[in-house]
Design a protein around this ligand. Structure first.
Ligand SMILES: Nc1ncnc2c1ncn2[C@@H]1O[C@H](COP(=O)(O)OP(=O)(O)O)[C@@H](O)[C@H]1O
Ligand SMILES: [Mg+2]
Length: 503
């Protein structure tokens, strides 16, 4: 929060690490805080190209001989007046013994004075020597209020600058999650493209935002056309989700309900875990963002992966309420805790920061994670209270298979009376939803090649030709079931579960 920065400055924290890609906005915020203080503080900015320049002064007004970081810190120590000294991108130099030492000297000499060093950088790099002295703070993305200023400026340039409150709110919401520069860019683009800023431009802004988010490569907007009705079985899970359709509304808060935190869907591959997660977006009317954990990891520089994760989570929070989808969590955090630190501990640190975030988040971001295996999943994930619920998705029972056949056949043919669904369900024991779908497709190919319509017999032949995964992986499936029996809630209805135990 920006208030947090203000509090830290008021409280005379001598060393603040401000994480942000938005230098200009952050500088302005600091200058504002400094100006509002009872005892006026001057603000100085250091860059490796200019040295120290007072905030608001021309670039030429640089302090003599302050290009080197050491000299600049020394200069700050020598100042008698209250001041905030912003160092931009000092992370590039911070591992040098001298810079570290000068910073510690500065902290020691600033105690009891009105002097503060702010390290401003898009990446976090704090040497251990400074860990105890520094407060790391994420500079938040623009609020609706700030975006409103950006929007107002752009709307002056269009023909009809008056925007109703309702549309203004939509235009602002559409740009949430962007930096100020990015927001300005999308508003300008929409204004130029359409010559106006009305409700129809919300779409332009949203699609621009999707592009920007896509470009960072870690988060991805997903659009799923299927609805929850395209999934056969899993009644309990569907019921749970349907029941929470309005869980992120103002009304739910007023009622006194807590915001759902997240769910983990665990289970056999090909049984609809990913699909049901994606359809929740439409069911709840919330955007869904996929977090690609593989792309979070960046070995190029220490601290890079953490920064990636933090930025992604920050973006997700800023467009909340939203769903954060982490598919195959077990793969993402493989080699997390417990394993040898083959990657210098990066994955366990990432894992740690993710858990902390989940624990502490107050913004309405619902985490929807799926996993195929449990043995690679760090135990902390499975502890009670981490997720609202852990669901176990098992292979479909006969009635569910019948429904899955019905769904996939109806998708491809309008009249499905000619198929005996009960027979197909009986003949597909041990098949997953994905395998049932594949059998139908295989049958269609077969018939298409012979230039005729596909039939019940084609599907039966395809089923017979398939060795389902559950049969080649019996042990894994059994192990998963045994594990889940006591620790997770069955995603299918309890009658289905009962029948499964009977059979
Ligand atoms: N229960 C189901 N009902 C309908 N289709 C299903 C079901 N389970 C799987 N499928 C089909 O198989 C595809 C792959 O399933 P997916 O959700 O990726 O499985 P998982 O994530 O559990 O491995 C789905 O897109 C869907 O077409
Ligand atoms: Mg999946």
């Amino acid at each position: 929060m920006k208030e947090e920065l203000s509090i830290l400055v008021q409280a005379q924290y001598p060393l603040i690490y401000l994480l942000t890609p938005e230098e200009e906005r952050a500088e302005q915020a600091i200058a504002k805080i400094a100006a509002e203080k009872t005892q006026h503080q001057r603000v100085f900015v250091w860059t490796v190209t200019q040295g120290i320049v007072e905030y608001g002064q021309a670039r030429q007004q640089t302090q003599h001989n302050t290009i080197s970081p050491q000299a600049a810190i020394q200069w700050a120590i020598q100042q008698r007046d209250p001041g905030i000294f912003i160092f931009k991108d000092l992370h590039e130099f911070i591992s040098s013994a001298e810079v570290k030492r000068w910073l510690r000297d500065a902290i020691a000499s600033f105690k009891g004075t009105e002097k503060i060093v702010v390290l401003m950088s898009p990446v976090q790099e704090v040497p251990i020597e400074l860990e105890k002295e520094v407060v790391v703070l994420d500079f938040p993305l623009p609020t609706m209020q700030e975006l409103n200023q950006v929007l107002s400026k752009q709307s002056e340039k269009v023909r009809n600058p008056r925007i109703s409150t309702e549309i203004r709110e939509k235009l602002l919401k559409a740009a949430l999650g962007l930096t100020r520069d990015e927001a300005e860019k999308v508003y300008r683009k929409a204004a130029v493209k359409a010559g106006r800023l009305t409700e129809s431009e919300v779409e332009i802004i949203l699609s621009e935002k999707k592009q920007l988010i896509r470009r960072n490569g870690i988060l991805e907007y997903i659009e799923e056309d299927e609805t929850i009705d395209a999934i056969g079985g899993l009644e309990e899970l569907k019921h749970w989700l349907r029941q929470r359709s309005n869980a992120f509304t103002e009304r739910a808060r007023e009622y006194g309900l807590p915001q759902p935190k997240g769910m983990l869907i665990l289970g056999v591959p090909g049984c609809g875990k990913s699909l049901i997660a994606k359809t929740t977006s439409r069911l709840w009317g919330l955007p869904i963002l996929r977090l690609d954990m593989g792309r979070v990891y960046d070995g190029s520089m220490v601290g890079r992966s953490e920064a990636n994760l933090r930025n992604a989570l920050k973006t997700a929070e800023s467009i909340s309420p939203a769903i954060l989808f982490i598919d195959e969590l077990d793969k993402s955090f493989a080699g997390g805790t417990g394993s040898a630190d083959s990657d210098g501990g990066t994955s366990s640190r990432i894992f740690g920061s993710f858990l902390t975030w989940m624990q502490e988040k107050t913004s309405p971001v619902f985490v929807m994670a799926t996993a195929n295996r449990i043995e690679r999943l760090p135990g902390e994930f499975l502890r009670k209270g981490r997720f609202d619920e852990i669901f176990f998705v098992d292979l479909p029972v006969p009635e569910e298979r019948q429904e899955i056949f019905r769904i996939h056949l109806s998708k491809r043919r309008s009249e499905i009376e000619r198929f005996d669904l009960a027979q197909l369900a009986n003949m597909s024991d041990g098949f997953s939803g994905a395998e049932i779908e594949q059998a139908i497709v295989a049958a269609m190919y077969e018939a298409f090649a012979q230039d005729r319509e596909f039939t019940q017999l084609d599907i039966i032949a395809a089923l017979k030709a398939t060795l389902p995964l559950s049969r080649t992986m019996t042990e894994q499936v059994t192990a998963l079931r045994n594990w889940a029996r006591e620790r997770a809630r069955p995603a299918a209805s309890s009658t289905a579960e009962y029948q499964r135990l009977e059979s």
